[in-house]
Design a protein around this ligand. Sequence first.
Ligand SMILES: C[S@@+](CC[C@H](N)C(=O)[O-])C[C@H]1O[C@@H](n2cnc3c(N)ncnc32)[C@H](O)[C@@H]1O
Length: 209
Amino acid sequence: MQYKKYFRKTSLKQQDQGNFFLNEIAKKKPKTFLEVGVFHGVTARNVCELLYQIHKNDFKYIGLDLFEVNEENTKEIISNIKFNNPFKTIYFKYIKKQNPYSKEAVEDLLNKFKDNVHLIKGNSNKILKKIDMSKVDYVFLDGSHDYNTVINDLNSCLDTINNNGTVLCDDYNLSYASGVKQAVDEFIKINKFNCNIICNSRFAKIEKN
Ligand SMILES: C[S@@+](CC[C@H](N)C(=O)[O-])C[C@H]1O[C@@H](n2cnc3c(N)ncnc32)[C@H](O)[C@@H]1O
């Protein structure tokens, strides 16, 4: 399957990286997928299309995001929310009349899969502790890039990994946000997990040995 952008922003900007990502998911065929950091929902929609191809309606996608910038979370959000392309700004403001970085707009993009999708607005530091992670087969960790939050998110994923699930961390080698690499390296060393650095060091794939 080809990764599509749906006229929105995504962290998987390069077509080959989007395709690489979908291929990784296809190899594992997860039935319950969790994305931390949904943003505009582009990866969410691609994952739902892929899981529908594999499992028909027998899959679940859980997406978690702050979905707003406020005084408490400015440190966590490193994505540029504004479009560079003025046509996209006009399209969302005057035609869709939506903020693409909102839970409502992402729900709209994922409406085709509404029975399979569960979106949560909140901070991963709090929300992940409330999810039964042993039931999640695959986590795409692409939320905060702050060391403390990433290590906290990874510790919340222990039950997923110990149940033979996979955690794929984005931006492992991001020069301007080294918190991801620091947290991943520490987490795999302490827990003795297997970690593959793939896609030109973009992703860290963590699994049980
Ligand atoms: C790089 S974007 C995610 C891109 C998306 N995964 C994609 O593929 O298009 C990072 C997202 O993480 C969210 N985020 C940052 N810190 C977070 C936190 N502590 N809890 C939940 N979401 C967070 C931001 O709001 C932002 O939308």
